[in-house]
Design a protein around this ligand. Structure first.
Ligand code: SF4
Length: 394
């Protein structure tokens, strides 16, 4: 348990993030913790690098909406100070605090208070002795051995309230290290790609690493480490868990067609406008934005709600059934209205409140007009295939 949040033992996977404020800035840090919790963080870590930070933690912990983990850097005394501050968990980096007596002292104090510790091995700050042992390289074996050495110290003093991470900035390396670790230990694992980088690259690397492991059943709690506003980390963690079906959806699942020669509107713009409109609404529906009424409603028939463009109009459909037609300029607004109605009254009521036959007829009419104007090969695939055949014959 990290505070009141279970980690491991079959508990739901949790999302973590870390504040970027000075922990001594109590109000600023609390503000960020609240923003992180609202974006999906279940547990938040704060740095405890100096005595002022520990003093800050003493005021932050009782007012935080989520459990707080203190990140300890090089001084074991900061770990003791964080325990005095009442934190719910410690994170120790075995590469930074290396003296056995210090590690055991911290473990003993944590044990007395019932506070868990994360053994946070980091490829970038591996114990130099292990670095040497493995040929001057950071390897998965070296990271796993680092965690096991720390565990052995803990076990010597009978401390087992542990979770472990073996993060690396290389996705392939961290995957390998976590797989090895999962083979040799049953302790809960905290997953992450360290120093993943700015948003775009960081999201891809973290999702690849964390997602691969989660899909294999490895991992109990996750953190995206982005060079960005930490709210993005929390949001990304939550979205990944939702996408993998590991967390109940809280917000919209917006799907959209990639657009093609048939598209009747700027699908990218409309999809982004819709995403923005639903961002802060807690509407956990799957909503589709489709570029044309020719194929859109069929391709997105499983969505709870969707809209497809056709003949300067937006055709709304609920579970694949046409329900209404709106002007193109009101497509996003209409989606929001219908989504709110479905949330309040359900799909059946949404279908019952309109004449679906009339809406289907309208859609059929616009579809026919489009087919008339574009033909049934709007992407010119047929013409291209003819060209290819001709070239082969030559
Ligand atoms: S056919 Fe229509 S729905 Fe499918 S990708 Fe093209 S525009 Fe989008």
């Amino acid at each position: 348990m990290v505070g009141n949040v279970p980690v491991g033992g079959g508990a739901p996977i949790t999302v973590q993030s870390m504040t970027t404020t000075k922990t001594a800035d109590v109000e600023g840090t609390l503000q960020q913790i609240y923003a992180l919790a609202a974006a999906g963080a279940d547990i938040v870590r704060c740095t405890c690098n100096e005595i002022e930070a520990a003093e800050g933690l003493a005021q932050i912990v009782p007012r935080s909406p989520v459990p707080i983990v203190a990140d300890i850097h090089h001084q074991y005394k900061m770990a003791l100070a964080a325990l005095d501050a009442g934190v719910h968990c410690l994170r120790l980096n075995p590469g930074n605090i290396r003296r056995a007596e210090h590690i055991k002292l911290v473990a003993n104090e944590a044990k007395a208070r019932g506070v868990p510790i994360r053994i946070g091995v980091n490829g970038g700050s591996l114990d130099p002795a292990l670095y040497e042992k493995y040929g001057g390289r950071v390897t998965a074996e070296a990271m796993v051995e680092s965690a096991q050495r720390e565990l052995a110290y803990f076990e010597e003093v009978g401390f087992e309230d542990v979770k472990i991470s073996v993060k690396a900035s290389s996705v392939a390396l961290m995957i390998q290290a976590y797989r090895m670790l999962a083979d040799v230990t049953d302790y809960p694992l905290h997953l992450g790609v360290t120093e993943a980088g700015p948003t775009f690259a960081g999201l891809i690397k973290s999702s690849a690493g964390i997602g691969t492991l989660l899909a294999e059943g490895i991992g109990d709690t996750i953190r995206y480490s982005l060079t960005a506003d930490p709210v993005e980390e929390a949001r990304a963690g939550r979205t990944l868990l939702e996408a993998l079906g590991l967390r109940e959806r809280k917000n919209v699942d917006l799907i959209a067609c990639p657009s093609c020669g048939r598209a009747e509107v700027d699908v990218i713009a409309i999809a982004n406008q819709a995403l923005e409109a639903f961002k802060d609404r807690e509407i956990p529906l799957q909503i589709a934005v489709m570029g044309c009424v020719v194929n859109g409603p069929g391709e997105a028939r499983d969505a709870d709600l969707g809209i497809a463009a056709g003949n300067k109009r937006g055709h709304l459909f609920v579970k694949g059934q046409n329900v209404a037609v709106v002007p193109e300029s009101e497509m996003v607004e209409a989606l929001v209205d219908w989504a709110e109605f479905i949330m309040e009254h359900g799909v059946e009521a949404a279908l019952a409140r309109v004449d679906t036959t009339k809406a289907a007829r309208e859609a059929q009419r616009d579809k026919a007009r489009l087919l008339d104007a574009q033909g049934d090969d709007a992407n010119d695939s047929g013409a291209r295939i003819e060209l290819i055949k001709k070239r082969v014959r030559e």
